[in-house]
Write a new protein. Structure first.
Length: 181
């Protein structure tokens, strides 16, 4: 019994604080985040459902606008579109496990905290996005002009890159959206 008591007492002692596990943002982290965004054909979007005040996650198609920021084309009929209209704060998760298989937590992924902005139809901005989107997602030609579909651009607030175990970074918008050269 004394050994158990000693174990219990050690476990109830204050534990030292964990060191900061977030690495300083470097060139490699920026390049990986930019690549994950540029290569993302889809991602998961998290929104807050106004009716239940709870998070909802769904998969959406993604492309990038002329500045390299994420953009999607979504239907007015979807629940996540209604949620974004009620509250434009959202989060995107990009990155999928690669062909290597194994543990999915070893593959890089990028979380973006964003504010969504709807683009009005039949405007110059809409036509520019339409052309760019079709360049990146040609199969969208089947539904891009349906009356219920809207472009939504995502303005990045902050990003979180997990490059695999022990490779965590907090990123600013400027770290993710590569400046035009």
């Amino acid at each position: 019994m004394p050994a158990l008591l000693g174990f219990y007492l050690r476990m109830t002692e204050p534990q030292p604080q964990n060191p900061d596990v977030i690495r300083p943002t470097d060139k490699g982290a920026r390049a990986l985040a930019q690549n994950l965004l540029e290569q993302a054909a889809f991602g998961a979007i998290a929104v807050i459902d106004l009716a239940t005040q709870t998070p909802m996650v769904t998969r959406i198609a993604l492309a990038t606008d002329m500045d390299g920021a994420p953009v999607t084309l979504i239907s007015d009929l979807s629940q996540h579109t209604r949620a974004l209209r009620d509250n434009p704060a959202c989060s995107l998760l990009l990155g999928e496990p690669g062909d290597k298989g194994g543990d999915p937590l070893t593959h890089p992924r990028l979380t973006l905290q964003c504010r969504a902005a709807f683009v009005a139809q039949n405007t110059p901005a809409h036509m520019t996005l339409r052309n760019r989107y079709l360049d990146q997602r040609p199969k969208a030609r089947q539904y891009i002009d349906f009356g219920d579909f809207r472009f939504v651009t995502f303005h990045i607030v902050e990003g979180f890159l997990n490059g695999g175990f022990g490779k965590a970074y907090t990123l600013a918008k400027a770290d993710i959206i590569a400046p035009a050269v």
